[in-house]
Design a protein around this ligand. Sequence first.
Ligand SMILES: [Ca+2]
Length: 162
Amino acid sequence: MINLIFLLVVSLGLAFGSCPPEFEEVGGTCFYFSVDFEKTDTWDNAHAYCQTLGDLLQETINLAEVGTGGTCCDGLNLMETIASKGGQTWLGATDKLDEANWIWQQSGNILNINSSFWYPSEPNARRGQNCLSVYLEGDYSRAYFFDYDCYYDYLNFICQIF
Ligand SMILES: [Ca+2]
């Protein structure tokens, strides 16, 4: 019964163009920020958690992507939100299948290693670090991309409704 009520609330929410409970709208897209719920996990488990949310809400949900959406500034809006929330966070790109070839998992788009979202000199750890994390770099007062060890379980994560 609780699930039914939950789905009803979610359905009404989507019908009126807002985001489901626990999701937040940034730049016209709905995101789940695990930092808000003090939830952390490995990259693989975070990926699975997003897909479980997708099964529950009957939506395509995966780890969030930056800059693969429709308009010019969605990526910047998301990066600014990440910086304001704090924490270290997984995003949905990896080069675990092909070293130095970073691919966003849901869209299949390439994450260019020359993107200005990378912290200077990142990605830098080759085979050692194959998952994309993002956090606020204090010296520069903005969030940057870092390659990171996929099995670390103390990172927050962001799920996106695609
Ligand atoms: Ca790598």
